[in-house]
Design a binder for this molecule. Structure first.
Ligand code: C5P
Length: 405
């Protein structure tokens, strides 16, 4: 199952230079499994041709409300009735002003007005010059459009085609895709604040060397994304990994176990759910050398001694908030064998209500995994799938348990 399988998206383009990004967006939507019907204003067709969008969507593009291809000559009705969502990207300042007034003098605005308002959401990706974006009229229009039920996405920040720099760029196609995928997820964690740890930690030996492990952070990042999609506020404490931050997630980068513990301590009081997926190093070097430890050709081996790192999860699970049920704690266990037995023991040892087991060597660095959920009621398997799919299933499982608690 792709993220947008079985979804029919009407992609509307109003006039603006960001139309060039709409081609990539159209392709991304199709790749994500959606069927896409493009509707353009005449102004949009000045920036990019309907031919390009027809080729990318594999469907004839509509520009005019007088299009005689529709037997009843009511493209605005027919197109909007089929849609799971209408996504206007780019949504120009003028187009939004028009929507606000319920005007309908071209096919795209006519179709937006004619859509069944309760069943066909309207999602707008604004794009315009920074002065136009900041203008009180635009801001006022946006507030009113939101009040009228439209979902207005953020804008990007940076260099604009006009040569100026500021807010108002259309989001990148990948960002719009992520926001649209999130839009369709059920908001099972609305009102929750989820704190996630992810990735490995790095324990320095000297300024250039250290000890770490093979955790990629992918599972934790997927959980952060899935929790955000499910409507939670999300803080992600990440060890050293090179992964993009999921949309809408607050990320705190850390290096060592002690850094991670401090970052968790700083954010845990605001959290209602704590998911510890990080592969925290069990030990750190007792004394980190201030300068690079030299080999010097003496044949002498460095003498390193270690101290145990704090168990971040077990510490949080012992807190008053966790014990009172105000904070729901979820641990992970990466094992190489006897998953059920190890996960059951670890759940008790860590004092957490839910422990998720996985086979470490079979998943480290990969996009796929399989999970075994162990709680007081017993064990439940989430079979082999990609990590984002599993993360969404895990989020649903956590939400179920929060309801009962
Ligand atoms: O004991 P073990 O490392 O197998 O436990 C794994 C679980 O405990 C994971 O949820 C991991 O994030 C957490 N953990 C931690 N701090 C440590 C070690 C593990 O939070 N120092």
């Amino acid at each position: 199952m792709s993220d947008l399988s079985n979804k029919h998206i009407v992609l509307g383009l109003s006039g603006g230079i960001a139309c060039y990004k709409a081609a990539e967006l159209c392709r991304a939507l199709v790749k994500a499994g959606a069927s896409v019907q493009v509707v353009m204003t005449e102004a949009a067709a000045q920036f990019i041709t309907p031919v390009t969008l027809q080729a990318l969507s594999n469907r004839a593009v509509y520009v005019s409300q007088w299009d005689a291809r529709e037997p009843n000559n009511m493209a605005h009705i027919n197109l909007s009735r089929e849609a799971d969502a209408i996504l206007v990207a780019p949504a120009s300042a003028d187009f939004m002003a028009k929507l606000l007034h319920g005007r309908a003098d071209d096919l795209l605005s006519l179709m937006c007005l004619a859509r069944p308002i309760d069943s066909v959401p309207l999602i707008l990706a604004p794009a315009m010059n920074r002065e136009m974006w900041l203008h009180p009229a635009t801001q006022r229009n946006m507030a009113q459009l939101k009040a009228d039920g439209a979902h207005v996405l953020d804008v990007g920040q940076g260099e604009q085609a006009c040569g100026e720099t500021g807010d108002g760029r259309m989001l990148e196609p990948e960002e719009i895709l992520q926001d649209l995928v999130a839009f369709f997820q059920t908001k099972v964690l609305a009102g929750q604040h989820v704190l996630v740890t992810a990735g490995p930690t790095y324990e320095a030996m000297d300024p250039v060397r250290g000890i770490t492990n093979l955790s990629s952070g992918k599972m934790g990042f997927s959980i952060a994304r899935a929790a955000r999609e499910a409507g939670a506020e999300v803080t992600l404490v990440a060890g050293p990994v090179h992964l993009p931050t999921p949309r809408g997630v607050q990320r705190v980068d850390v290096r060592s176990a002690l850094d991670m513990q401090a970052a968790v301590a700083a954010h845990v009081d605001a959290a209602s759910v704590f998911v510890a997926t990080a592969a925290v190093a069990d030990w750190r070097v007792a004394e980190v050398a201030g300068q690079k430890i030299k080999k010097e050709g003496s044949g002498q081996l460095p003498q390193l001694s270690f101290v145990e790192n704090p168990d971040i999860l077990a510490g949080v699970a012992q807190s008053a908030r966790a014990k009172s049920g105000a904070l729901y704690c979820v641990g992970f266990a990466a094992e190489s064998h006897d998953l059920l037995q190890h996960a059951t023991t670890k759940r008790e040892r860590k004092g957490v209500p839910l422990l998720v087991g996985n086979i470490g060597p079979a998943t480290f660095g990969l996009d796929d995994n399989a999970l075994l959920l162990v709680d007081a009621q017993g064990a439940k398997e989430l079979p082999h799938a990609n990590k984002l799919t599993l993360a969404r299933q895990l989020v649903a499982e956590i939400a179920k348990r929060l309801k009962v608690a």
